[in-house]
Design a protein. Sequence first.
Lengths: 544, 544
Amino acid sequence: MKVIIIGGVAAGTKTAAKLKREHRDWEVTILTKGADISYAGCGLPYYVGNVIHEKAELIVNTPESFSKLTDVEIKVRTEATKVDRAAKTVTAVDLESGQETVYPYDKLVIAVGADPVKPPLPGVDLEGVYFMRTPADAIALREAMEAGKVKRAVIVGGGFIGLEVAENLLAQGVRVSVIDMAPQVLPGFDPEFAGYVEDRLADAGIAAFTNTKLAGLEGENGHVTKVLTERRPMKADTVILSMGIRPNTAFLADAGLEMFKGTLVVDEQLRTNDPDIYAVGDCAYTRNRQTGEKAWSPMGSSANMEGRVAARVIAGEEASYQGVFGTGVAKLPGINVGRTGLTETAAREQGLDVVSVTAALDDKAHYYPGAGNFLIKLVAEKGTCRFLGVQVLGGGQVDKVVDICVMAIAMKATLHDMENLDFAYAPPFSTAIHPLVTAVNILLNKIAGGLDSITPAEYQAGAAEGYQVIDVSKTPAIEGAPFFDVKSIRDGLPGFDKDAKLLLVCTKGRQAYLAQNKLRAAGYTHTKVLEGGTMFNGNQFPQA
Amino acid sequence: MKVIIIGGVAAGTKTAAKLKREHRDWEVTILTKGADISYAGCGLPYYVGNVIHEKAELIVNTPESFSKLTDVEIKVRTEATKVDRAAKTVTAVDLESGQETVYPYDKLVIAVGADPVKPPLPGVDLEGVYFMRTPADAIALREAMEAGKVKRAVIVGGGFIGLEVAENLLAQGVRVSVIDMAPQVLPGFDPEFAGYVEDRLADAGIAAFTNTKLAGLEGENGHVTKVLTERRPMKADTVILSMGIRPNTAFLADAGLEMFKGTLVVDEQLRTNDPDIYAVGDCAYTRNRQTGEKAWSPMGSSANMEGRVAARVIAGEEASYQGVFGTGVAKLPGINVGRTGLTETAAREQGLDVVSVTAALDDKAHYYPGAGNFLIKLVAEKGTCRFLGVQVLGGGQVDKVVDICVMAIAMKATLHDMENLDFAYAPPFSTAIHPLVTAVNILLNKIAGGLDSITPAEYQAGAAEGYQVIDVSKTPAIEGAPFFDVKSIRDGLPGFDKDAKLLLVCTKGRQAYLAQNKLRAAGYTHTKVLEGGTMFNGNQFPQA
């Protein structure tokens, strides 16, 4: 059996290595355009920031060592140019010699990945303009930085990679701005969560300009000096284009393989519409495991898992890849951000009857050094209490909250399934009732009517218009708002009628909930708790 | 409605506060023996170690502030002495005045907690002998330490609390030993995992003597100087008795409430055999949620969740507490330890057909600063692949692995449900294939026969007798063992017959797996991989 694999980074090498372990006697050959294989694409921003010191650490395997370890044959600098499905051959050209070779296959795996989008705009070829896709990109940017040439950078694209590069440049003393044509950074987060992160980026000194489309770049002496948008031009000696990626599938245009937006469509066995051709990694469409819809997940993690499944299928085993929840996590300046499952926006687009809560909670025992907060947004379906998704921000282990939720969504858990679980607790790690369980409890309480609240998104949309803000923080915290200590509330709020519209606001939300509970007992009928308190909605309230 | 709650630490205060939120007009009264309520029991070792600096941080609420916040009436220093179920009254004595009062109740909640076991041995009342149960215990020990009186401590009991105290004393420069009558420290871990931790404690300078029963204490001038066991006496100026706890239920002996080993038996609604009497926290027996058997979980986390459920039930809501998985986590010197679900030992006691794997895996991208290892043991049922439990050790976020597994067990996940999940990945947080997914893959591979291995426990039990150790580490690492680079293995191992019994050992297990795969293809029939490699089984192999 001859297996040809086109592409040799994450998905390609994983497929090849696993296949040889299943069938040592099969001929497995990787054809790959680049000189490197199997590099750590997700580590590139950290090489730029000198968090990862050595180039060598970015390379998981050299072609030679990989080949010896696995017995896979590797042809580097070899670009596939054509697939002939009838003849079952791949034509590829040796980029050094120009020599064309035809490789016959029994099974073909396409793992060609994706290249960064390079907009057809003036100036994108100037010096000082970088992508962040290959080790060479990161090495070039760091060299420029070490040569003192990077003082003022503009990053085009506010996704995870763009913001990770921003964080790493900032830590090296570079002035960093981010522009994005979308109305928010962090696609995959609800707007108010992305907005919160934009505020934290601003606190850290990174201006993020949303709704701002790149119009072109200007330079002097061949080097970039300005970024042009509809706003006034931005000075820059360095520009990083992180505007997304596009599958390298142009050479397959005439092959008759089913594609969607240039990406190969595969089934749960990673098989294309040709039963002898598989596609894995960034060039393949997978599914959203939750909605069943097509989803593109160009991530190192998916690539590795898809490669493994494809190899097992080709080897004759029963295996399937059920897709992704769109999980993501990133370390940004002073704040970690994570998500999985459906956002509120996405859940509404699915036509679901959605309920959500945003809770500000301790991330470990409040008295333990280094304790901080999680801002957790849970999204669920109202009637069934089916858990749909989470977004979480904080200085600590947001990945933990996300990972528990991945497992919950995979098992189609309801909020009730997530109540009262004895998650790991000791003061250095968590709180006595786990923050995720507390968030679930709050949401269930809201669904049951025990909490009547306004989400940060609803607040931003004007849901509290006509409401009087009442400060129920532990000590007065909101300028101009009447303050009441929750402990003092018994028969009501002196000066406020029982049918007054009152927005109860405290630091995190808990005091406001306790105040509402007492006020309801005292006959108050129109109180609302502001979820996330001044911690989440801080910029809306002048601080006392 | 009058509700009396006996006990005011975690479970009692939680029940009371929640109940008042549900029914503000009910009379809820806490009777509690101590002067403090609602303190952070789990934080005590960290106060001793000055990780938590201020006493005040140990106190979650004072009786006054709690009472004002919740409208719960609190009688401190008030010890319940009798429950008259027919009359529906509690008799309690004011410990200051000696005055006895009879309190009528409609519903009674028993949350009296548990006191430390004080063995009836000579010397246990000497100065320098401490418990670690209340703030007063921790304050006394820290005062002694700050007065320079604590130089050499012996901790009796190698459970989480004992070892947490050991860690905190060690960090303050105290010489620390631990004795435990059990054959291992860390009950709830399999012996080889506990043994690994004992080795790490020894590396850190803490000698742990297992199978060592306390026989008594000796002193001079009223202060402890020696710890007596069957071994030679141990010098000590400080002894911490952490030998377990016993529910404070003696006053209920004649009340006719069903008990098991002195602990109140309750149903999923936390109700005793008297429908008007509930029990929560350390004095109540709950269930093992996995096996359905009775289980005692005297933990702050369970106490809080039980209190919340009991309050909801009493308030008339539908709610249930389904019990615990026996989750635990602790920060020990240089190593964090976590577990949930069934150990291999416990699963075998349940009569299950058990399979396990021990894997040594990167805890985040290997090139990211601070990356370390997880040692993960997964336990599953062989035929069904039902996931049963996890034990995890490492320098990093073991709590994350545990928490995902809690969610998995709660949903009765199989290993297949845990494959190929897109858990959160970015280099600062995890690996491209999540370490838990990798461990699951290895176990599935073992079940399917793709990996033929010996667990550390089997190795310690002699399963590799008659096998030749082959060092297949990346560079030679085992003194006296023939070394082969996996890359060089193609047709076999020169000098070894194809039916030779070969134990393949590398640092973590992966190279050995690759070597086995190649050797099998070359016709070798009797190879075994040592799970966890020299990283887990290090003390068994002289290092080259």
